[in-house]
Each structure stands twice: as C-alpha cells, then as structure tokens.
Design a protein around this ligand. Sequence first.
Ligand code: G6P
Length: 370
Amino acid sequence: SAIEKGGYDHFMLKEIFEQPDTIYDSMRGRLDLQAKQIILSGIEKYAHEISNTNRIVIVACGTSWHAGLIAEYIIEELCRINVEVEYASEFRYRNPVIQPGDVILAISQSGETADTLVALENAKKQGAIILGVVNVVGSSIARLSDAGAYTHAGPEIGVASTKAFTAQLTVLNLIALKIAALKGTISGERFLQLSEELHKVPEKVQWILDTQIEKIQQIAKKYKDARDFLFLGRGYNFPVALEGALKLKEISYIHAEGYPAAEMKHGPIALVDENLPVVFVATKDAYHEKIVSNIQEIKARKGKIISVVTRGDAVSESLSDDYMEIPEADEIIAPLISVVPLQLLSYYIGVELGLDVDKPRNLAKSVTVE
Ligand code: G6P
C-alpha cells in the first residue's frame, strides 16, 4: 500500500532514498571516531584468527557478489591478505582447495540463498572459519556463521537490491579497517582518514538525492528505448559498473553489460556505434586519466556517453553527452556513492517503460532453490 511505501511510488525508490539512514545504521555504535576504533561485537572472538589468515574466500550471488568484488580490492589494499571472490553456485560444485584457518566470507542480504548456504556448509566441514555479512537477523547463513556482522539495512522489499548493497559495503569497509588495524597494515593517519570518510557517506548520498533526480529522470527519458547498454569502470568502480548493468537488466529488461573499462578493447568495443549508450563510472581516483582516455575512445566511435563524475570535473563533463554528479570521496569509499546514480537511472528507465520495478518478471527476492 501507499502507506507501506512511505509516500513513494515504489519500494525500490523508497529503499534508494533510505540509504543515508541505512548506511548510517550499519556503522552506528561500530565506528568510534573519538576512540579511533571499530567495534564489531560479532567478530571480536575471531578477530585475531581472521587477521592471521593467509586467505579469504568471498562467496556470494548477484548483487552481494558485486559487493564481494569491491571488498576484494579493499581487503587486499588495506589488510594485505590474499582474497578470492567466488560465485557460490560454482564454488559449491567444484572441488575447491580449503584449508583449516581459511576464512570464508559470506555476503547475503536474505541469508537464505541456497547456493551460498551449501557452499558454506561444505567449507565449514573442511575447517574454514565462516564470517557472515548478512542482513536478515537469525537467517540460515547468519546461524551457520562462526563470526559475523549484520548489515542492519532493515527489510528490503524491492526485488532488485539497493540499500542492502550499500549496507554491505559499509560493513565490509569496517571489517577491512578493523583487520588492517589489528595487523598493522594501515597507518593511524589513514585509518582515521578512511573512518572519517565513511562517516560522511550518508550526507554525500543525501546530496545526490537532493540535487540529481531531475537530471537522472531526463537521462532516463532520453535513453529508455536503447536496446543495449554498456557500463564501464576501473579499479574500485569496476564492480560498480557490473552492478549498474545488473540493475538495468533487472528493472528495465534492457540488455546491459558491465566490463572493466580497459578490457572493452578485447570485445565490447565492436558493439559501439551511435546507438549504444555507454555509462562510465568515471569519478576522480587513481585511474581517472586512464578512464578519460577510454571515454575518448568510445567518443571517437560515436557511442553516446553517460558518465558518473565527481562534482566539478570539467574534463569528464565536457566529454560526456550526459552526466550525473557525485561529491568527492576517497576511492576506497567511492563505490558507496557512485552506485546511487546508477540505481536511480535503472529505476527511472523502468518507470518510463511502465514496468513493475518492485517485482520484475522471472526474478525472486531470495533464491532458496537451485
Ligand atoms: C536474488 C536477488 C538479488 C540478490 C541475490 C543474492 O537474485 O534478486 O537482489 O542480490 O539473489 O541474494 P542474497 O540474499 O544472498 O544477497
């Protein structure tokens, strides 16, 4: 009903707009800026074992798997631990090498995804430590986990995940910072800097919601009839490009592919012509110059360029046919912010096309059978 949707037309839009609150909720009581520490009561008991592990294997499906890819970059950078990211459905059926002391990090909104659950059961039998990042309290994956941190995003009704994803990223950042501090792989200064950046994410997301909606609605109107979309990003924003493509497929039924921007030369660039919108996640980070040259390559082939840019980045703006702005953020934190315009873009394209964005055809909120 309208009341349940809090005045929004759809649960998906309500959940996108809840993100400043849900991101805050996922760090509340955990990120202590004064004491310069991170308290995660559900992992304290295993914190030393986790920080001493040689290997973390992240297991997830769908949007949660994309959060896992970003976590791989963050954990490797901050904690210097070898991380692998696996689709649960593949991991469970092959014969993976698991040794006692390996940490299996499970990411799941529902905590009930069958493939993820069985993959964990198998790994647990082989002596792995199961670390869960789960939204639904008391769910099967939460109960199976040795250690864990709930994402506290509240119930997510829209089938396409939005606020659960940003809550996962928030918690994964907290876990990485905590382990890095324990291992001594992060300086006190960098720890504080990233903690403060995390703390500022809710207001940065709020800025997008306050200032970018009209622009995104116009972009949605302009491109809603495209047959295909390409989403490109590099580094921490590469998985954001994958997530942008997944959201669009789920909500609008438009074919979309996400790719690492440099890898497009090995295939997708063949698709580029004046009918192909290419969405670049081109925020200011260490890869910025490189992605700008990728934008130029698409432009030279007459692709339509839609970019997510850092506010005031005149170079990316002038190269783009259309752009959506986000506030400046450290590259490690940026995915929490850069994904929001992409959630909104797919939402408004779905609405423009008159589709049931809260319950897309053929999709289930939680896949509890294989
Ligand atoms: C389904 C949902 C997705 C979700 C995926 C994994 O495909 O439609 O939104 O990302 O399952 O679900 P989980 O609950 O394990 O995060």
